[in-house]
Design a protein around this ligand. Structure first.
Ligand code: DHB
Ligand code: FE
Length: 284
């Protein structure tokens, strides 16, 4: 049986990818940020999954206003890094798991969540920056990845409550797959940031820290936070945090199991315009 052993949460700022790719991660601006992921790289090397179910958002890269799936699951054998305007990032292609992706699609759709099936999908910084933060610069990513894209760009976006329930359906789907697989689920994006308008540059440390506390200890309460609170308190792009609720919903305690163990918590301001948050939770 496949099992979800841990969840990882991290921001996905594109400038972090550029800092890594251009060899700037030791510069004074970036050093404190990358220091916060040193533990995580070590932890991941010691807790190597077979596969990561990676929840992220496409930033009008592979999708556009022409086509806006609320939830899209990557079912391909392989996913190329996307060209976001400066050429594709110099990172390895992402190797998928079509059998497990098809199984999750079947299970989750029959569990009443409407997924879009993506058989061809280039992956942008929302997916590749978390991989770089957690894995560094390997020749090949050390596990398979199922990309799972959520619309948090064009309103209406899914509620935190729906994302949390979807995470529970994903856990049921993973646990009903026959092959023995160690699966991690990652939620990316956030935390507070606003890239546009008069409030561009907004950061709200108190709100971010309180939201992290809630996500860990009272995830159903975090899932009940309405959209307008994210926009007011976390900025227009802070809504990316609903993706963390998909990963949190897939943890064992939500289905009556034991509480997760907090292995790592990190928070750093700023990276570009963003407050970077990062958590590692393990199922005991
Ligand atoms: C920034 C952050 C994001 O999450 C993103 O998708 C794009 C830009 C930023 O802070 O620059
Ligand atoms: Fe983003």
């Amino acid at each position: 049986m496949a099992r979800i052993t841990a969840s990882v949460y991290t921001s996905h700022v594109p400038a972090i990818g550029a800092a890594i790719d251009l060899g700037k991660s030791a510069e004074p601006y970036w050093q404190p940020l990358f220091r916060g992921y040193e533990f995580s790289k070590q932890w991941l090397a010691e807790n190597r999954p077979d596969l990561v179910f990676l929840v992220y958002n496409d930033h009008a890269t592979s999708f556009s206003l022409d086509l806006i799936p609320t939830f899209a699951i990557g079912c391909a054998e392989r996913f190329e890094p996307a060209d976001e305007g400066w050429g594709p990032r110099p990172v390895p292609p992402v190797i998928g798991h079509p059998e497990l992706a098809a199984h999750i699609t079947q299970s989750v759709i029959q569990d009443d969540f409407d997924l879009t099936i993506a058989n061809k999908l280039d992956v942008d910084h929302g997916l590749t920056v978390p991989l770089s933060l957690m894995c560094g610069q390997p020749e090949a990513w050390p596990f398979k990845v199922i990309p799972f894209a959520v619309n948090v760009v064009q309103y209406p976006v899914p509620s935190g409550r729906r994302c949390f329930a979807l995470g529970q359906a994903i856990r049921r789907a993973v646990e009903s797959f026959d092959e023995d697989l160690n699966v991690q689920i990652w939620g990316t994006g956030g935390m507070t940031h606003q890239l546009q308008g008069p409030r561009a540059g907004l950061i709200n440390r108190e709100w971010d820290q309180a939201w992290l506390d809630k996500l860990i200890a009272e995830p159903a309460a975090a899932a009940a936070v309405p959209h307008i609170d994210y926009v007011r308190e976390a900025g227009s792009e802070g809504i990316e945090l609903v993706m963390w609720l998909i990963a949190r919903g897939a943890m064992a305690d939500v289905a009556g199991g034991p509480a997760p163990r907090v292995r790592h918590r990190f928070y750093h301001v700023p990276a570009s315009n963003t407050a970077v948050g990062h958590l590692i939770l393990e199922n005991p």
